[in-house]
Design a protein around this ligand. Structure first.
Ligand code: MN
Length: 454
């Protein structure tokens, strides 16, 4: 298990997956471009970006197997292990002296203190994209990642979609008060994954990070407010979400591979910046592979746990890359009762507004292989019998085909009909094919191949 960003970078370096960029890459498009080109194969370290003394790191998670590695489990056990962490959180362990506060700036100048890249072509400017936004409500702390536009030396524009941070802020704003926040940048991959858990409001996602680490997470109190932040973090921005304040934010390239438009949005005033000595700045390229993966795995784990509570027939789930790791959920079921696949769809659509299209398949279909799921739809699905459409439901505001987030949700039952004759849907296979040992049974054809077969 890997419990610090630096430890994880050591591990990637030792296993040949930490690429070093030429010093001085441009923060505007240069860092994001190279990070995207290396994504999936390599993490990338950028020394002196635009001459800035603080290096940037990108691509901490390259694919699903890296996530399994970080968790210390087999790839097939990732969802179960993540689900266990969500249901068995560990308490925070408060420490007084923390690396993340080795240096304290009360004279905040974001772009002088942090090397903040501009990612996609039409982004309005530099964005903090890997900042864990920590807030506290009546029932405890909350952690989530929001895109944060650099709007001034000590000012950030924030997009708060309708989930926990927005609920906590709205309650405080009604009382005419600001909401204290901490933005934590540069954490280990497990804390990053924990921040994306779909758990009830009131459950502190940092306690899930502890469970993933197998040890209570060391945290420390901010210097200007009472929030508890991961002690090992590289940077912490302390500030306030301002009541009755909205300023222009966007456009910004998002996970659906489109730009979220410019609009008047929430504003954070930054009161202090703390960081390690010689800190490292983590950026997540908007819409890049890491952005997609970070959304997928924690959601899949949460969805699997929640679906299985209502439907024990559910075996596995997958959020496909083509569905932006958010919108297309594949669900595998076994021994389901007649009609139950439709109930599973209804349950799945209710999990999260991002789940737009649900496809339910049997256990002979690999939910992690989009071509296999498409095959099930092609050969087991009849639109007049197996299609469910819900009109004008709450959907994703970042889906440009919706009307400001209001749109249709759809379920496809691609399971074998309960009354089908057994042979009709038996999948073809060659007995023994999978067990053949290609090394002992084959070799390259010789130059005289025509003689060799005589
Ligand atoms: Mn939450």
């Amino acid at each position: 298990m890997h419990t610090s960003l630096r430890g994880w970078l050591d591990h990637l370096q030792c296993t040949g997956r930490l690429a070093m960029a030429k010093p001085g890459m441009q923060l505007r498009h240069g860092v994001a471009g190279l990070a995207n080109r290396l994504a999936g194969d390599n993490a990338a370290l950028f020394p002196r970006p635009d001459g800035h003394p603080v290096p940037v790191v990108a691509n901490l998670l390259g694919d699903r197997t890296w996530i399994a590695e970080a968790m210390g489990v087999e790839p097939g056990d990732v969802l179960a292990a993540y689900g266990r962490a969500c249901t068995n959180p560990r308490p925070l362990c408060e420490v007084s002296a923390a690396p993340c506060q080795e240096v304290v700036h009360r004279d905040v100048d974001l772009e002088r203190q942090l090397p903040i890249p501009t990612h996609n072509e039409f982004d309005s400017g530099a964005y903090i994209t890997a900042g864990l936004l920590i807030t506290r409500g009546p029932s405890g702390q909350n952690v989530s990642i929001h895109r944060l536009q650099v709007s001034g030396p000590d000012r950030l524009g924030a997009l708060l979609l309708p989930r926990h941070t927005l609920a906590l802020f709205a309650e405080r704003e009604r009382a005419g008060e600001d909401l204290d926040v901490a933005v934590v940048i540069g954490v280990d991959p497990l804390t990053l994954l924990a921040s994306q858990a779909i758990v009830p409001l009131g459950q502190d996602e940092l306690e899930i990070a502890g469970a993933l680490h197998g040890a209570d997470l060391p945290v420390t109190r901010c210097v200007t407010n009472d929030l508890l932040v991961p002690a090992e973090a590289e940077f912490v921005l302390e500030g306030r979400l301002l009541a009755s304040t909205r300023e222009p934010e966007g456009p910004f390239g998002e996970f659906p591979q489109y730009y979220g438009p410019r609009d008047d949005r929430h504003v954070i005033a930054v009161d202090a910046v703390t960081h390690r000595k010689e800190p490292i700045y983590h950026t997540i390229v908007g819409g890049g592979l890491e952005h997609l993966l970070l959304g997928a795995v924690p959601r899949e784990a949460s969805f699997l746990t929640q679906l299985r509570r209502s439907f024990p027939c559910v075996r596995d789930v997958h959020l496909s890359m083509g569905g932006t790791c958010r919108y297309h959920l594949h669900v595998q079921v076994a021994n389901h009762a007649p009609g139950e696949a439709k109930n599973v769809m209804l349950g799945a659509l209710a999990l999260h507004y991002d789940v737009k299209h649900v496809t339910v398949v049997d256990t002979d279909v690999d939910v992690h292989d989009p071509a296999d799921v498409e095959w099930a739809v092609a050969t087991r699905f009849q639109a007049d019998r197996d299609l469910l459409v819900v009109s004008a439901a709450q959907g994703s505001k970042l889906d440009p085909s919706t009307d400001d987030g209001i749109g249709a949700r759809m379920g496809l039952d691609a399971t074998v009909p309960a009354d089908a004759a057994p042979s009709t849907f038996t999948r073809i296979r060659v007995p023994g094919e999978a067990e053949l040992d290609l090394v002992t049974l084959t070799g390259a054809a010789p130059a005289d191949w025509q003689d060799a077969i005589r």
